[in-house]
Design a protein around this ligand. Structure first.
Ligand SMILES: [Zn+2]
Ligand SMILES: [Zn+2]
Length: 262
């Protein structure tokens, strides 16, 4: 397993973060300084953070918090001021594709670019790297790109299939090519499952389902409100323009005479 303690000194010297050992990992505190250049644009900034690095890194990712709530909520941020650096699975895949990924790799490849991107966003009103959408939309975008698919719905099918642990090489590929999985997207699926682990893929799937259900509920709620509003409007219309009572409807003449006769 990767040994974080060997990196403590380097992290402190390079980024000014001080780390302490806890029972499930290391917690770092400090002011992360940005003085970086991208496409000839130099940006400076600083962000006071806490960074929890689990012993299981890089199978599990560090959790970085914006302690002073400096990053505004319009930018990538999750609950409890946790920074949304990218799709977790994407970061794990990237780190695990490198030989012996370190915390410094994580800081250099994700944390500092995040701070750069935020600073750029505040200054120019757009992001410099063309980032993914936030939340489950961003997750699906990653799977779509990873499998080189056109369709976002098929990307979701792949995510669901992998998270249900039902991989069978002889199944037809979900992309609709008519080929067996093992001769089509299956190779990439197996590689991803091996590198990032089915647990992380399941997490992605659950996050998506949770969000889909949330929006479904929201939609239903909206529909209910809409319905109530319609009913109210109808009621109002009823008072303003009450329908004619049946007694007011004029009876054809011959009926009148018919009734009279009786
Ligand atoms: Zn985000
Ligand atoms: Zn395929």
């Amino acid at each position: 397993m990767y040994n974080i303690s060997s990196e403590l000194l380097v992290i402190n010297e390079k980024y000014g973060l001080v780390g302490f050992k806890q029972h499930e990992g290391y917690i770092f505190y400090g002011n992360l300084c940005l003085n970086h250049k991208y496409n000839d644009i130099i940006l400076n900034n600083e962000l006071y953070i806490s960074m929890f690095v689990p012993f299981t890194f890089p199978n599990e990712l560090p959790i970085v918090k914006d302690i002073e709530k400096k990053i505004d909520n319009k930018f990538h941020k999750n609950a409890n001021d946790v920074l949304c650096l990218a799709c977790d699975t994407e970061i794990i895949l990237d780190l695990k594709s490198r030989e012996n990924a370190t915390i410094c790799d994580f800081i250099e490849r994700y944390l500092l670019p995040y701070l750069y991107s935020y600073t750029y966003f505040k200054k120019y009103g757009k992001t410099p790297f063309g980032d993914r959408s936030h939340g489950s939309e961003g997750i699906i975008e990653f799977y779509k790109d990873y499998f080189k698919l056109e369709d976002i719905d098929i990307a979701f099918l792949f995510l669901e299939y992998m998270s249900l642990k039902k991989y069978r090489g002889h199944n037809l590929c979900l992309c609709g090519s008519g080929k067996k999985l093992r001769n089509c997207h299956g190779i990439k699926a197996i590689d991803l499952m091996k590198k990032v682990g089915i647990g992380n893929i399941s997490n992605d799937y659950n996050k998506c389902v949770e969000e889909i259900n949330y929006y479904k509920k929201l939609k239903n709620k909206k529909r209910m409100l809409e319905y109530k509003r319609m009913q109210q409007k109808k009621r109002l219309q009823y008072y303003l323009f009450p329908p004619k009572s049946p007694f007011e409807i004029s009876i054809p003449k011959f009926y009148e005479t018919f009734i009279k006769k009786d």
